[in-house]
Write a protein that binds this ligand. Structure first.
Ligand code: NZQ
Ligand code: ZN
Length: 380
């Protein structure tokens, strides 16, 4: 096991009725910027519960954060936050709203000329941020309990992430009841996103970290169990609760302690969203099997362990097939053509971007432009 620092400062408030617990956790003197998306919170009861919790506390609403949050929209919120001397950001929604809130919280106090630097440097220039609280309505990203944020810039067709200890939420409310209004497409996306967050930290190479392995396998097995149940029966709150908690544990930084991490699937996936507008999870469902196939010899030992312990199969190839069949069974296509994307063109375009940035990801740092070309061509 490699040395590591583990610090997760986010307080989790889990279960029905927990939204009322936000008020005592927001400082009395706070002037709140309440950030939300396209309006789902007005249909699932979250907006009413937040209003009731905040009572007469001063807040300014900023709605309209789009899926794959847009830099320009976030900068409009930053203007409001600066003009109104906001000192607390409350986010209510899915990963996009939470990620936007993190960027807004960091950019509001950023002293540099151009806040895009926060993303260009992947967070290196972030020296502080306004405190953030969240009410999560879509289990998927883990944004509710990590320091990551992903922001898009449609003007330049870019999608970049930043990471900073300063943007871990102070608290996050996870009430499975508010996820009942989720359309099947976003539940499916959430299952796949959480699943791939685990595999990015687990399907690498053996690292003498049996506890991390068992934790990862537990989250994967739970997702395989409760994911389809959540899709099948919207009233199954037990399944929904376990799905929600699984998605948080998938990326609250615990599983990755002391082990090699991959993340190539995510980085290639972000480019596919930026270029073709595919949903985040759709990109992962396509790219994952390309990365696994390309790296089969290096990943074989972990794929076999995953196959044995999670799928009860013996070979790495069968483990891959089982996983792809699972994604397909929950309505997630796994080929570029299923999304109307030409594989040869995507391979060329994404590879050119990797080359221009000099990027190389993966646990061995070898998923570079040439590798990306081969990986995407495998997914036609
Ligand atoms: O905008 P509203 O009206 O709220 O509707 C949203 C949105 O249209 C809707 N929704 C959310 N909760 C709902 C609901 N609809 C009905 N009932 C509810 N309870 O769902 C739609 C999609 O929401 P979005 O937030 O975009 O989805 P998700 O949570 O999957 O977030 C995706 C974004 O997170 C980034 C992705 O790249 C993408 O930009 N990621 C963030 C990560 C992180 N911060 O750690 C890691 C991930 O790997 C990922 O990259
Ligand atoms: Zn993801």
């Amino acid at each position: 096991m490699e040395p590591f620092v583990y610090h997760n400062p986010t307080e989790i408030l889990f279960g029905p009725g927990m939204i009322r617990e936000i008020a005592p956790r927001i400082p009395q003197e706070a002037k709140i910027l309440w950030v939300y998306g396209g309006g789902s919170i007005f249909r699932n009861g979250v907006a009413d519960q937040v209003r009731a919790a905040l009572e007469s506390r001063p807040y300014i609403e900023f709605g309209g954060i789009e899926p794959n949050p847009e830099f320009v929209t976030c900068m409009r919120a930053v203007e409001v936050a600066r003009r109104e001397s906001v000192n607390f950001v409350l986010a209510t929604g899915g990963g996009s709203v939470l990620d936007a809130a993190k960027f807004i919280a960091a950019a509001t106090v950023y002293r540099g000329e151009d806040p895009w630097e926060i993303l260009r440097t992947h967070g290196e220039v972030v020296a502080g941020a306004l405190p953030i609280g969240t009410v999560l309505t879509l289990p998927a990203t883990g944004s509710e309990a990590n320091g990551n944020s992903v922001i898009s810039r449609r003007e330049t067709r870019e999608k970049l992430h930043f990471t900073s200890v300063h943007v871990f939420p102070k608290f996050s409310v996870l009430d499975p009841e508010v996820t009942r209004t989720l359309p099947a497409r976003y539940v499916r996306n959430g299952i796949v996103d959480a699943f791939v967050h685990v595999t990015e930290q687990y399907i690498t190479r053996p690292a003498n970290a049996p506890l991390q392995d068992r934790l990862a396998e537990a989250v994967l097995a739970t997702l395989i169990d409760v994911g389809p149940r959540t899709l099948r029966d919207p009233s199954d709150l037990d399944a929904r609760a376990s799905f929600m908690w699984s998605a948080t544990l998938a990326l609250n930084t615990l599983l990755g302690c002391g082990v090699p991490q991959d993340w190539a699937t995510h980085m290639i996936g972000h480019e596919l969203t930026a270029l073709y507008g595919m949903d985040h999870a759709e990109t992962l469902a396509v790219v994952l099997f390309g990365v696994w196939t390309y790296k089969l010899s290096a990943k074989r030992a972990k794929l076999e362990q995953f196959g044995r312990r999670v799928w009860s199969v013996v070979s790495a190839e069968e483990a891959m097939r089982k996983t792809e069949a699972f994604f397909n069974s929950i309505g997630m296509p796994t080929r570029l053509r299923d999304y109307g994307v030409d594989a040869a063109e995507a391979a060329r375009e994404v590879s050119a971007r990797f080359r221009a940035h000099g990027w190389a990801f993966g646990e061995d740092g070898d998923i570079n432009a040439n590798a990306v070309q081969a990986i995407l061509e495998l997914r036609r």
